[in-house]
Design a protein around this ligand. Structure first.
Ligand code: SAH
Length: 249
């Protein structure tokens, strides 16, 4: 019966009604049970997301699929939007920013071919979700966020989730993170109008850089840049996308 009720509140149109129902449920003195059911309904939603949005659209790398299955996306989304954590779209995370659509997170992660010994730079921490997905697949993730409120919150959630191999810094990621360079992978999750030269410079030979490039608030091109052993960079357009802009302070 509780399961049915949760299912119906999950589809309730108003977030407030959803929260009121959950609060009401936990007031019946069965908090732990409700929490377990709540977690299992998120888990079911995540399984559906992986099946219908990730695998069905062609993400093949089993390590990437497994990471998408294991990271609790809802934990990275503010309470007010949490019931939309597994929808097939970006979701607001505050400060006018969004967490990317699950498929885009999986696509970008697969395209940079993460290896367990890799050191990764992310520009645009946002909620911390992309960093948490990568953290399961590589040695260390360094991630930079311009908005202090978001950076601090992401750091706290990543701590709760025991993503111990992620380091968050608040600041402008345009210049990369020279102290930890060079990187095997650089992933930019906000759109610059051109690829920042410092990021290209901070890529190792053999490294992969993925970045949405284009004008603000219109369609941009997701580009994959690969640096060969001789330092030559090859660029490939992957797909049209829409990201929030990379801003300069
Ligand atoms: N990867 C994030 C989504 C990021 S949205 C996630 O998984 O949730 C893009 C983020 O880039 C926003 O939080 C925005 O504040 C940040 N951003 C924009 N310009 C930036 C800059 N110059 N340096 C670092 N972060 C920036």
């Amino acid at each position: 019966m509780l399961r049915q009720l949760l299912h119906s509140v999950a589809s309730a149109r108003s977030t407030r009604a959803f929260r009121a129902c959950l609060t009401a449920l936990s007031c019946f003195g069965c908090g732990d049970q409700v929490r377990a059911l709540d977690d299992s309904s998120y888990e079911a939603a995540r399984e559906t997301m992986v099946r219908e949005q990730i695998v069905a659209r062609g993400i093949r790398d089993p390590r990437v699929v497994e990471a998408m299955r294991l990271v609790p996306r809802h934990a990275f989304i503010p309470q007010a939007e949490r019931d939309r954590a597994y929808i097939d779209a970006p979701v607001p995370i505050g400060q006018g920013q969004t967490i990317s659509q699950p498929y885009i997170v999986a696509l970008m992660t697969e395209l940079v071919r993460p290896q367990s010994s890799d050191h990764v730079l992310e520009v645009g921490t946002g909620s911390g979700y992309q960093a948490a997905v990568l953290a399961r697949l590589v040695a260390h993730v360094y991630t930079i966020e311009l908005e202090e409120t978001l950076g601090r919150r992401a750091q706290a959630v990543l701590g709760e989730q025991k993503s111990d191999n992620v380091t968050v810094r608040v600041g402008d990621g345009y210049g990369g993170w020279p102290e930890h360079a060079p990187f095997d992978i650089i992933i930019v999750t906000a759109a610059p109008e051109h690829v920042p030269q410092p990021l290209i410079d901070q890529l190792k030979p053999g490294g992969r850089l993925i970045v949405p490039v284009g004008p603000r608030f219109t369609v941009q091109q997701l580009q994959l840049l690969e640096k060969d052993a001789a330092g030559e960079v090859r660029t490939r357009n992957v797909s049209p996308v829409m990201f929030v802009p990379l801003r300069r302070p």
